[in-house]
Design a protein around this ligand. Structure first.
Ligand SMILES: Cc1ncc(COP(=O)(O)O)c(C=O)c1O
Length: 389
C-alpha cells in the first residue's frame, strides 16, 4: 500500500489536534498546513537515538554543534550561501523567526514591505506586534496563474520602511520567484538599507521552477538578508517546533540573542529530528513531491470543473488558492458556508491580506480519498448556491 494513501482519519483526530482534533467526526479538514502522513521513520529514529543518548541536560545555546554543522553544510550545498555554523541559529519554529526578525528590525511606527502579498497571516500579525505597519505589494491573481509585477514597488518605500518580508516559495499561492524578481528585491533592500527577510520554509515542495535563495547572490546580499528554513512542512514534524535562521554577523547575533533570552536554547529532541532531516531527507522529499504533484493536479482538475470557480496553478507548496467570488460571498462567508453545508474546513483567503479576498486556501497534502471526498462535498454545496453573472 502506498505510504501516502494511508490517511487514517480517526487517528488524525487524536494525533493532529490543530488540523483535525478541533472538529467533529463528520468534518474533513484541509486547513492547517500539516501533512496528513506519519512522520518518516528516519526522523523517529533520530529522536530515539537522542533519547538513548540521554540528551536531557541544557545544551549549546544557539544549536547543538553537530546540528549547526549539518545545517551550514546543507545551506552551502543546496542554497549556495557561503555560511559556517557561526552564521546559523537554531530556533523553535519558523514562526519564532518571523517574530524575532520583526522585533529586531522594527520599532513602533516603522513599516515592513510585504512582497508578495497575500501571505502567511503571521507576517502581518508579527509586524503589528512590533508596533509596525504592513505595506502590501500584491500578486496579480488570475485564472491563468499568479503573477508578480514589481513595477511601482519602490514607491511603497518611505522613510519609515525598515524591512522587506518575502515568502518564497509562496504560501498561499505556490509561486516560485524568479532570479530577476529576487535580484530586484535584493537591490531594493541594499539601496534603501533595509533588512531583507526571506522565509523559505517551502523550499522542498517545488514542482516546477527552481528555488533560489537571495542571500546566495553576493556578499552584500548575504549581509542584507536573514533567511529562515524549516522542517514543519516537507518533513511533517511541526509539533517538534524547530527551524533555523541563516544570516550575517550583527543580524544573526541579534536573532541568537532573542532565542537565548526567551528560551535559553531550542529543544534537543527537536534538534535531533532536524539533524535526521538534514542528513537523511533526500529520498523522502522525492517521494513526497511525487505524491503532492499528483494531488495538486487532482485538485486543480476538480476545482476547474466546478462552475464559477477558478484557480491559479501553484508551482510549489501544498496549497491551492481557488477563487469563489462568482458566488457573491466574501471569503469569510464562503468559509462558513462550506463548513456548515459541506462539512469541510478550509482557510479564509482574506486572512492572508486584502489580495486574498474571494479566495479560500486548500491544503492538498492528504490522500486521494480524503481530497476527493472533500471536493465532492464542496461541489455539491456550491451546486445549491446561486451564481452572479
Ligand atoms: C510561510 C510560513 N512561515 C512560517 C510558518 C510557521 O512554521 P513553523 O511551524 O515552523 O513555525 C508557516 C506555517 O504554515 C508558513 O506557512
Amino acid at each position: 500500500m502506498d505510504f501516502f494513501k494511508q490517511v487514517n482519519r480517526e487517528f488524525l483526530r487524536r494525533r493532529a489536534a490543530l488540523k483535525w482534533g478541533a472538529w467533529g467526526p463528520d468534518v474533513l479538514s484541509l486547513s492547517v498546513a500539516d501533512l496528513d502522513f506519519p512522520a518518516p521513520e528516519f526522523i523517529k529514529e533520530g529522536v530515539r537515538k537522542a533519547l538513548d543518548e540521554d540528551r536531557a541536560p541544557y545544551a549549546s545555546l544557539h544549536g547543538d554543534p553537530d546540528v549547526l554543522a549539518a545545517a551550514a553544510e546543507k545551506v552551502r550545498r543546496v542554497n549556495g550561501i557561503p555560511v559556517g555554523p557561526e552564521d546559523v541559529a537554531m530556533v523553535p519554529g519558523t514562526m519564532f523567526a518571523i517574530w524575532a526578525v520583526t522585533q529586531y528590525a522594527l520599532r513602533p511606527g516603522d513599516e515592513a514591505l510585504i512582497c508578495p502579498s497575500p501571505v502567511y497571516p503571521h507576517f502581518m500579525k508579527k509586524v503589528a506586534g512590533a508596533g509596525g505597519a504592513a505595506v502590501h505589494h500584491s500578486l496579480t491573481l488570475a485564472p491563468e496563474g499568479a503573477r508578480l509585477d514589481l513595477a511601482g514597488i519602490e514607491a511603497r518605500i518611505t522613510p519609515r520602511t525598515r524591512l522587506i518580508m518575502l515568502c518564497n516559495p509562496h504560501n498561499p499561492c505556490g509561486v516560485v520567484l524568479t532570479r530577476p524578481d529576487l535580484e530586484a528585491l535584493v537591490d531594493l533592500a541594499i539601496r534603501h538599507n533595509l533588512v531583507l527577510f526571506s522565509d523559505e520554509l517551502y523550499e522542498d515542495m517545488i514542482f516546477e521552477g527552481t528555488h533560489l535563495s537571495p542571500a546566495s547572490f553576493s556578499d552584500q546580499a548575504f549581509e542584507t538578508t536573514l533567511t529562515v528554513f524549516g522542517f514543519s512542512k516537507a518533513y511533517g514534524f511541526p509539533g517538534f517546533r524547530i527551524a533555523y535562521v541563516v544570516g550575517h554577523g550583527p543580524h544573526i547575533k541579534a536573532i541568537r540573542q532573542k532565542a537565548y533570552e526567551i528560551l535559553v536554547h531550542t529543544d534537543t529532541l527537536a534538534q535531533a529530528a532536524a539533524l535526521a532531516a538534514l542528513t537523511h531527507g533526500g529520498a523522502w522529499l522525492k517521494d513526497l513531491r511525487a505524491h503532492l504533484v499528483r494531488m495538486r493536479d487532482l485538485g486543480l482538475e476538480r476545482l476547474r470543473a466546478m462552475p464559477g470557480v477558478w484557480c491559479p496553478t501553484p508551482q510549489a507548496s501544498p496549497f491551492l488558492f481557488p477563487n469563489f467570488s462568482a458566488y457573491g460571498k466574501t471569503s469569510a462567508e464562503m468559509y462558513d458556508y462550506l463548513l456548515k453545508e459541506a462539512k469541510v474546513v478550509l482557510e479564509t483567503g482574506s486572512d492572508f491580506g486584502p489580495a486574498g479576498e474571494g479566495h479560500l486556501r486548500i491544503n492538498f497534502a492528504t490522500s486521494p480519498d480524503v481530497l476527493t471526498e472533500a471536493l465532492d462535498r464542496i461541489e455539491s454545496a456550491l451546486a445549491k448556491l446561486e451564481r452572479r453573472g
